[in-house]
Design a protein around this ligand. Sequence first.
Ligand SMILES: *[C@@H]1O[C@H](CO)[C@@H](O)[C@H](O)[C@H]1NC(C)=O
Ligand SMILES: *[C@@H]1O[C@H](CO)[C@@H](O)[C@H](O)[C@H]1NC(C)=O
Ligand SMILES: *[C@@H]1O[C@H](CO)[C@@H](O)[C@H](O)[C@H]1NC(C)=O
Length: 398
Amino acid sequence: MGLAHRRLLLLLLHLLLLVAAAAEAAAAGAGRKEKGIGGGGGLRFRGGSGTFKVVQVADMHYADGRRTGCLDVLPSEAAGCSDLNTTAFLYRLFRDEDPDLVVFTGDNIYGFDATDAAKSMDAAIAPAINMNLPWAAVIGNHDQEGTLSREGVMRHLVGMKNTLSRFNPEGIEIDGYGNYNLEVGGVEGTLLANKSVLNLYFLDSGDYSTVPSIGGYGWIKASQQFWFQQTSSNLQTKYMKEEPKQKAAAPGLVYFHIPLPEFSSFTSSNFTGVKQEGISSPSINSGFFASMVEAGDVKAAFIGHDHVNDFCGKLNGIQLCYAGGFGYHAYGKAGWSRRARVVSVQLEKTDGGEWRGVKSIKTWKRLDDPHLTTIDSEVLWNRGSNGRRKKNPDGKMR
Ligand SMILES: *[C@@H]1O[C@H](CO)[C@@H](O)[C@H](O)[C@H]1NC(C)=O
Ligand SMILES: *[C@@H]1O[C@H](CO)[C@@H](O)[C@H](O)[C@H]1NC(C)=O
Ligand SMILES: *[C@@H]1O[C@H](CO)[C@@H](O)[C@H](O)[C@H]1NC(C)=O
């Protein structure tokens, strides 16, 4: 055997080993995932009420705590206003809503003004940790502007206490940092206890365009959409084909930071909430909305980024929702309260009184005023009202 042949053989052997190692890693990942509901997070619906409640916190823009002043508050409110007001709002809100999960949808810290990004993130998230709430986070376009890179910020987040955030799916190459999903199990002791009856998807919507000829914000890349499609498809197969088999897919909710271009599809005649600034989406459409529509299980997508927009509007069966800005060191509108979005998912009860799959998805917002006022309560999705294919566009059954 010549030297060239031996080299080729060695190379092939090397490749074979790499493939085997990758397969093993993927199998280990799958094994971990299958052990429990909730992707290891152990999330499940409550037995008493048959509900699962998510509080979304968008754009805290946390910096250095007491030393960091507030933006866009009334002149009378400026003195003594700091990041600590953001912290106080978190505590009041969590006490009142008692959520099953808190989701921080990016620009959690304002990197430029944070002396130490890790410490700033620790302080920003602290109320969720101190109140022992499970929480998940994605990153926005400002989290990495301080002492940590985007990768560094996400690595820090996944190492924090009580977090269900994950860095990225195992065993595949993917754009961005912090693309993952969480499963929410049915009520303990019921038929659907070991199935994910609600699926949560989290994506990194990037920061800025990296294509020199295109300016503006980043977008959800093809690799991330491919991962989302595969994940959604696998979850749907599992839900509908494995015992106890279900007739329709479990609903999905998606969380990320930057609005998709489709957020511009509405006027005040067809959304609930307000639009007080432009939609700051990327200047090109990377197709993630189409991916969600095609997947079929997604009922709503929740974002932040534009602090003084807080509406939900429905397009092609998917509710597109802003949360409205939360943090006091973020631009806002003086006299217009900082706010958060709550989503409450309700299970259906059988005639025998046992909890089953999801029946409805509701939302409302809470304002940081003396009464934590609730506004804009609405039903986002109802079982049976949506997603059932009936007729062809011309109205004829074929
Ligand atoms: C900020 O917190 C301080 C101290 O609790 C409070 O007096 C002040 O009213 C708060 N400001 C705003 C704008 O909520
Ligand atoms: C769910 O899994 C647990 C633990 O493996 C098992 O004891 C229980 O019987 C399962 N419940 C259903 C409804 O399959
Ligand atoms: C909302 O209403 C506007 C104005 O009537 C219309 O142009 C637009 O298509 C509507 N959007 C959706 C998603 O229904």
